[in-house]
Design a protein around this ligand. Structure first.
Ligand code: NAG
Ligand code: NAG
Ligand code: NAG
Length: 286
């Protein structure tokens, strides 16, 4: 921009000056004076990428991926996002130039940041994207988008038999989940466990380790059900918990059974006695 003004000034000066040698001298003197005003690092006024932004982006399937491109000294040039696979122009400025409306450009006025948002990331979105500035020649910076399936996994059998009165401790891991801040949620059937009105439930999540423990104390028959762990709304894992009667309960049942059997034993003995008595020849009363 500054160079253009400078050139314009020289042209105007050239036109207005007569081809007089004195004026020529003044002209060159002024020109050299003006050139001193132009900083040596003129390149500083050309658009430049801030290459400190993250250029390897990992996004979980179905989430929103963001690629941040920062351009200094953009001036009146436009920033475009290009998909390298097919050289498709996705956005120019803040306008989307593809039919796929999942691609959005975000820019805050007077900032130097141009963000490409990919909503509901699909496996086919993985690949290289270019942030491009319309200089002559064009300059661009490549970004790599990786799409992962953060499969959550509950570390237990698919069906669990827990004695009533004891505790449940379920551990869920999501090792491939992107980023350290993976949100892991537990559902019992369709209800979010954290919304449950039942007391004695604790969820302990370790975000860095991408693990979550669900602890339910002193389980009751009503705690039977389908427990699901999900990480960042992506693939989930479920186990079915059956609450069985405790040993104490079973012992009670056993005692009850013995008591029920006793009368029949008495009945049998009585019958045998009766038969024995009946077999004895009748002795007429003397
Ligand atoms: C950013 O660009 C500068 C100059 O081109 C280079 O020296 C530097 O290593 C780059 N930094 C990164 C993180 O790529
Ligand atoms: C639940 O199990 C995990 C993993 O085995 C363990 O680290 C944690 O301390 C247990 N929590 C309780 C309350 O038993
Ligand atoms: C448990 O719940 C999950 C998620 O809602 C579902 O996909 C799965 O089929 C259920 N399993 C059983 C055994 O009901």
């Amino acid at each position: 921009m500054l160079l253009e003004h400078f050139m314009a000034l020289l042209v105007i000066m050239g036109l207005t000056s007569t081809f007089d040698s004195i004026q020529h001298k003044q002209y060159f003197a002024l020109a050299s004076e003006l050139s001193n005003l132009i900083p040596d690092n003129y390149e500083g006024y050309e658009p430049q990428f801030d290459n400190s932004t993250e250029r390897e982006i990992i996004a979980a399937l179905g989430t929103t991926a963001r690629m941040h491109c920062r351009v200094r000294n953009l001036g009146d040039r436009a920033v475009s996002w290009i998909r390298q696979r097919d050289l498709h122009i996705l956005t120019i400025g803040i306008m989307t130039y593809t039919n796929d409306q999942r691609f959005l450009a975000r820019h805050i006025d007077n900032s130097d940041e141009w963000v490409l948002k990919v909503v509901s990331v699909q496996p086919r979105d993985a690949g290289v994207y270019e942030c491009q500035v319309s200089t002559e020649p064009k300059i661009s910076l490549a970004y790599k988008l990786m799409v992962v399936t953060s499969k959550a996994q509950i570390l237990s059998n698919r069906e669990l038999y827990i004695q009533s009165g004891s505790d449940i401790n379920l551990t869920c891991i999501a090792p491939q989940a992107p980023g350290p801040y993976t949100h892991m949620l537990w559902h019992k059937d369709t209800e979010l466990v954290s919304d449950s009105t039942r007391g004695g439930i604790r969820v302990v999540s370790e975000q860095q380790m991408k693990t979550s423990n669900l602890v339910i104390s002193r389980v009751l028959h009503t705690d039977s059900g389908n427990y699901t762990c999900s990480a960042d709304n992506s693939n989930s894992d479920s186990v079915f918990v059956h609450i069985i009667k405790s040993e104490q309960h079973a012992a009670m049942q056993h005692e009850l059974g013995v008591r029920l059997e006793l009368p029949s034993l008495w009945l049998l003995m009585s019958l045998l006695l009766l038969l024995h008595v009946a077999r004895r020849p009748l002795t007429p009363l003397a």
